[in-house]
Design a protein around this ligand. Structure first.
Ligand code: CAA
Length: 380
């Protein structure tokens, strides 16, 4: 593995850091309280090319590699993990699939505005009874001439109330099990497309999560992504890339926790000296730093494999499993180092813990990542 970043990758990382510190940070504490969606920030990220980072310029994207993407995701999430997930879903879960499986017409109509940040995308796989058990899809579509009539319910949809275009996994042929699942590109303006209540969440509170109801929604056959029956494969391959994005989001939180802990430990005095001089604190900081660096290496390994067009499902799952664990651990340790101050909103570390927890749950729980890793290990 070669971790010598190119000049372009460094420029992208620095631009993301600069944007995060100057444009995102000033409103992030307030948005965590009010749960306000960062509409203006997302629009600016779009103008800068951060909403379609890996999409080819032909389709409105920035044409960058996955390494640049993970560097940017870390910097943005370090300041605000809510903005990180909005960006990650648009890039990894929506633009990726449209570019890989879309027709030229679909790319022109849907991918271009999504990649340019003019429109926002959402990915709908989970259902009330299909989370980890993602093959158990109850949302159905019945063919009616050139149209399909979609009925069902999707849950936990990131960007749910704000998106314009949704990639929705639907059972088109129950007799075929997961091989009868199809992905549809659905516009929110269609009749029968119902946006559910916005969830009141523990963390990533300024991102937007809701359920989506489909009540006899008529979708033209031209809006099938790939082909009928390809939906589960599209979802799984899409999630492999998504997991690299979420791992980077987790790394951002872990790294922010470490920085906050270092800063506070130098400022706070106990027993007549800064607590950074106490070995108990130093040991914690050392462990947190190793956590961050190890997570970064796992993420870069997965990103490099993806960029080299090699298989990367296992590496992506490893990166997400480890980085999400590290995000929670580092946030907990940062709180411990801050003592009582870590438990109140005045300092950011309590938010880091609330934001970190979801990275162990969405885009495949840690338990699912272990299944993916073990299955790859046990393959002949
Ligand atoms: N990459 C590529 N293909 C994969 C895959 C992966 N990571 N995981 C499974 N598959 C393929 C299998 O190879 C198999 O295909 P073939 O029969 O053609 O070989 C097919 O998918 C079915 O797999 P299994 O037989 O292993 O099915 P299973 O039901 O036993 O297990 C699972 C599948 C791995 C548990 C899968 O259901 C899974 O990943 N579940 C978690 C779903 C998930 O991540 N949900 C997140 C929701 S999205 C979200 O959070 C978005 C958001 O808004 C932030």
């Amino acid at each position: 593995m070669d971790f010598q970043f190119t000049e372009e990758q460094i420029q992208i990382r620095d631009a993301a850091k600069d944007f995060a510190e100057n444009e995102i940070a000033p409103s992030s504490v307030e948005r965590d309280v009010t749960c306000e969606f960062p509409t203006d920030i997302i629009a600016k990220l779009g103008e800068l090319g951060f909403m379609g980072m890996m999409v080819s310029p032909e389709w409105g994207g920035a044409g960058l590699d996955t390494v640049s993407y993970v560097l940017a995701m870390e910097e943005i999430s370090k300041v605000d993990a809510s903005v990180g997930v909005i960006m990650s879903v648009n890039n990894s879960l929506v633009c990726f699939g449209l570019e890989k499986w879309g027709t030229p017409e679909q790319k022109e109509k849907y991918l271009k505005p999504l990649a340019m940040g003019q429109k926002l995308g959402a990915f709908c796989l989970s259902e009330p009874e299909a989370g980890s058990d993602a093959t158990n899809q109850k949302t159905v579509a019945e063919k009616d001439g050139d149209y399909y009539i979609l009925n069902g319910m999707k849950n936990w949809i990131t960007n749910g109330t704000k998106a314009d275009y949704y990639l929705i996994q639907v059972q088109t042929d129950k007799s075929k099990g997961y091989k009868g699942i199809t992905t549809f590109i659905v516009e929110k303006t269609l009749e029968g497309f119902e946006i559910g209540k916005k969830e009141d969440k523990l963390g990533i509170r300024s991102s937007d999560t809701c359920s989506i109801g489909l009540n006899n929604v008529r979708v033209h056959k031209d809006n099938i992504l790939g082909e009928e029956g390809l939906g589960f494969r599209i979802a799984m391959e899409t999630l492999n890339g998504g997991r690299i994005g979420i791992a980077s989001q987790a790394l951002g939180i872990a790294s922010a926790s470490l920085e906050a802990a270092i800063k506070y430990s130098k400022e706070r005095k106990a027993f007549d000296k800064p607590i950074s001089e106490l070995q108990a604190i130093q040991f914690k900081l050392a462990d947190m730093a190793v956590n961050v660096e190890t997570a970064r290496l796992l993420i870069l390994q997965a990103a490099l494999k993806k960029d080299a067009h090699e298989k990367y499902a296992k590496e992506a799952a490893q990166a997400k499993l480890y980085a999400s664990r590290v995000a929670v651990n580092n946030a907990l340790e940062a709180i411990q180092i801050h003592g009582g101050y870590g438990y109140v909103r005045e300092y950011l570390v309590e938010r880091y813990l609330r934001d970190a927890k979801i990275t162990e749950i969405y885009e495949g729980t840690s338990e699912i990542q272990k299944i993916v890793i073990a299955r790859e290990l046990l393959k002949d």
